[in-house]
Design a protein around this ligand. Structure first.
Ligand code: CIZ
Ligand code: SF4
Length: 319
């Protein structure tokens, strides 16, 4: 950690000399979250990352997270330089929703309002009427439902089913999934609930239906964080990426956090539910990109202008 401290010092200086700010996701490494906090950057979910980036005065944003988050930052701030520790960090939802197939699917259902999750490419966003994150997905779809609209939803089938259930909206679902959250197992979670009888169960809605049905709280990362801070329970079983434990423990140091079981083993290992793409963000790659400026996110300006419309709708939406 001598080496870690040196890297952190170097990064702090580079951020200053290059008028750059870190925008990090809750699922990234604790060291990155700590640096982002200390240097006036942002640590949050993808909705607040987008808001922060769009308003911040830095010339350069270093987005620590996955590619769609970098693209969203570029779409909202085309004049800024958007760097990422590595452009290889993507997302199974983004990969599972290629634009050609998605566009054909939309064309087959022209009467439906197209709502896509933020975890999609710029091209998919450009084809959509609305972009949403899990923080506001239910509210947006309930709003569309109240206007008598039917919805075409992509790409996460589990989140889609959850929204459908909560909002009562008429939704046609794309069949994508998150490789991290789809691994949470209901039977093993039931066993764990028997061991920790007084624990509250917190579940991200990208998880399978059988798992969300066991939850005391289903919500986005920010909503799950709030539950840990504000609920009376001392112990929480948490079904989302293990990266969130850093902020949960920081904001509620006295609470006991237990990772929900994956792969049916009932094991409470903290490393088993962790996104391999989020894990590609590290101190070293962050330092390198600030030095070399090689991992830069670019979005075709015409595509960016189209994708900006549904994204701006998301940012302007108030439930
Ligand atoms: O699973 C993800 O990638 C999440 C939770 C993104 C977000 O909306 O913050
Ligand atoms: Fe995508 Fe899942 Fe990783 Fe989030 S945790 S970036 S949804 S693969």
């Amino acid at each position: 950690s001598e080496r870690k401290a040196a890297l952190k010092r170097e990064i702090r200086e580079l951020l200053k000399s290059q008028n750059a700010a870190i925008v990090a996701h809750y699922y990234t490494d604790g060291d990155l979250q700590e640096l982002a906090d200390e240097t006036g950057g942002c640590v949050s979910d993808s909705l607040e990352m987008a808001r922060f980036g769009a308003h911040h005065e830095a010339e350069t944003l270093v987005v620590c997270g996955v590619k769609f988050m970098g693209e969203t930052a570029k779409i909202l701030s085309p004049e800024k330089t958007i760097l990422m520790p590595t452009l290889e960090a993507t997302c199974s939802l983004d990969i599972g929703c290629p634009i050609e197939e998605f566009s054909a699917f939309c064309d087959q259902h022209p009467e439906r309002t197209v709502v896509v999750y933020a975890n999609t490419s710029a091209a998919v966003k450009a084809r959509a009427d609305w972009v949403v994150t899990s923080s506001i997905a239910v509210d947006v779809c309930a709003h569309l439902q109240s206007e008598g609209k039917s919805i075409l939803w992509a790409p996460d089938q589990h989140l889609g089913r959850y929204i459908q259930q909560k909002s009562g909206a008429d939704m046609l679902l794309w069949n994508g999934s998150c490789i991290v959250h789809e691994e949470f197992k209901a039977e093993a979670l039931k066993d764990l609930k028997r061991v920790y009888e007084d624990a509250a169960v917190l579940v991200h809605p990208e998880s399978p239906l059988a798992v969300t049905e066991l939850a005391d709280v289903v919500g986005s990362t920010s909503q799950l964080l709030r539950a840990v801070r504000e609920r009376p329970e001392q112990t929480f079983i948490v079904a989302t990426d293990a990266g969130i434990f850093y902020k949960m423990q920081q904001q509620a140091p006295d609470k006991v956090l237990i990772a929900a079981p994956t792969a049916g083993t009932g094991a409470t290992c903290r490393s088993c539910a962790h996104c391999p793409w989020m894990a590609m963000n590290g101190l070293e790659s962050l330092r390198n990109v600030l030095l070399n400026k090689d991992q830069e996110i670019l979005v075709d300006p015409e595509l960016g202008r189209k994708a900006m419309i549904p994204l701006q709708r998301m940012l302007d939406f108030r439930p």
